[in-house]
Design a protein around this ligand. Structure first.
Ligand code: ZN
Length: 466
């Protein structure tokens, strides 16, 4: 059937239909999609392109058990999409992003990304399913391209890039200023209140048809709202409350009959599994990695990284530590360590920070107090995560920050480029017996240029521990 029953863009026709299966007459709100100038094929292509970028830019959880589970729930919901909102060629796919913030988004044609934080925030499977049903509804109602239809003409080829801008902008919050890019991407990922109302209603209908209690959608939105935070959860900024949200969903739920019970019973064990994992990345962590990764370009081709500047700039990364690095290197948040790298010298390799150029400074606790032995121990722990790490010559006794220290040259294969890289590890002891280390990394072909920069960084260290 043709779903368009009205030529008015904003109107929704409400019809009451008797449910055949229900013992008592029930009714549900009929939803009429807006005009859409895009073809189904364009929805599919735009979504696929943006999804491929999203998978590159965002840290995927890549856990088979969690992915399988989310896919199973997703499949159940997709099968419950009413016939008039099924579109040839749409393929719903579900990825879990290893991100802390409560968020989810779906792209035209079906790809959906669900943050780990969303799964962790839900208290029941039905609550998690409610967000998915809501997102599926945006896709099935083709809200992204319908919104773009209203939003004037722009080059279709440019749109996928804009979606990406919005994804990255969304993940980054205010960390990256996306400027005008976000404005266009907003057609796909920031919905109008009317579309929110529609997605709530269709989402509730899909839930009931699938075998989930649609009232859990109202409960989930309450949880999301309560999470609050400084600027409110990201999800609510893309999916604004159309007004009386909970009441509207509850009213709709009253008209629906839940068909069977879709609950898999696996939700508690999946949540326990997530709790046992290392913490999810924050949007800010992801954005910092991405901001730099983007300098490489989406093709993965290396861009020129500028040589270390002759001029140095001094930082105080910790109360007891001062260090000077080439003025064209910037501080990089690298977990418990501090790092400095030139533009294009640090990457987010599937959520892990990977350097091709720059220095990283950290402290290893619990040593024996013997510099050589503790350095060897540290090297062994680095080798665990870097199987290609090799000694390149013998260690030199050399002062580090004016103290007795050691420097060990190494070679490695870069996670990012696959090329040989030069690694220089310098260590010295802190007064509490822990080991301060400084790792310099550069492509092997530039080892000589960088080694002199690493030497200057090493000499600049001022350690004031007591
Ligand atoms: Zn929405």
């Amino acid at each position: 059937m043709t779903a368009r029953v009205s030529t008015h863009r904003y109107s929704v026709v409400i019809v009451l239909v008797a449910a055949l299966m229900a013992p008592s007459a029930t009714a549900q709100t009929k939803i009429a999609p807006d005009p859409n100038r895009y073809s189904l094929q364009q929805d599919i292509e735009l979504g696929q392109e943006a999804a491929a970028e999203a998978r590159k830019q965002l840290p995927m959880l890549d856990d088979e058990q969690v992915d399988d589970y989310v896919e199973d729930v997703g499949e159940t919901l997709v099968e419950a999409i009413p016939a008039e909102f099924r579109h040839a060629g749409f393929r719903y796919a579900f990825d879990v992003v290893n991100q802390k913030e409560i968020n989810a988004f779906a792209l035209p044609g079906g790809p959906m990304f669900l943050n780990r934080g969303m799964i962790e925030a839900a208290r029941t499977e039905a609550q998690m399913a409610s967000v998915m049903a809501h997102e599926i509804s945006h896709v099935a109602l083709r809200h992204g391209t319908a919104q773009a239809t209203k939003g004037q003409k722009f080059q279709i080829g440019a749109i996928a890039g804009q979606i990406l801008g919005a994804i990255v902008g969304g993940a980054a919050g205010t960390a990256i200023a996306q400027g005008s890019q976000f404005g266009l991407g907003a057609y796909f990922l920031k919905y109008s209140r009317e579309y929110e109302r529609q997605a709530d209603l269709l989402g509730a209908q899909i839930m009931a048809r699938a075998g989930y209690d649609p009232r859990e959608m109202a409960n989930m939105f309450q949880i999301i709202e309560n999470e609050g935070g400084r600027s409110g959860p990201e999800w609510l900024s893309s999916h604004p409350n159309p007004g009386n949200r909970s009441t509207a969903i509850t009213n709709e739920a009253r008209m629906l009959r839940v068909q069977g019970n879709a609950n898999t019973g696996r939700f508690p064990s999946i949540q326990a599994r997530l709790r046992g994992m290392s913490p999810a990345y924050t949007a800010e962590q992801i954005a910092r990695g991405q901001a730099r990764r983007r300098t490489v370009g989406t093709s993965g081709a290396r861009v020129e990284v500028a040589s270390p500047a002759a001029q140095f700039r001094t930082y105080t990364p910790a109360r007891f530590l001062r260090v000077s690095v080439p003025a064209n290197w910037a501080p990089v948040d690298a977990g418990d360590t501090v790092a400095y790298a030139p533009e294009g010298g640090v990457f987010d390799a599937d959520g892990h920070m990977a350097f091709t150029h720059g220095v990283q400074i950290g402290v290893a606790q619990g040593g024996s107090g013997d510099l050589r032995r503790d350095t060897e121990q540290l090297l062994r722990s680095f080798a665990l995560g870097n199987p290609d790490l090799r000694l390149a010559g013998s260690a030199r006794r050399e002062s580090v920050g004016g103290r007795e220290g050691m420097t060990q040259p190494l070679t490695n294969t870069s996670d990012v480029t696959g090329q040989r890289e030069y690694v220089s590890l310098s260590t010295t002891q802190l007064r509490d017996g822990s080991l301060l280390y400084l790792i310099g990394v550069a492509p092997e072909s530039e080892a000589r240029t960088y080694d002199s920069a690493f030497r200057r960084v090493r000499a600049s260290l001022q350690i004031a521990d007591r």
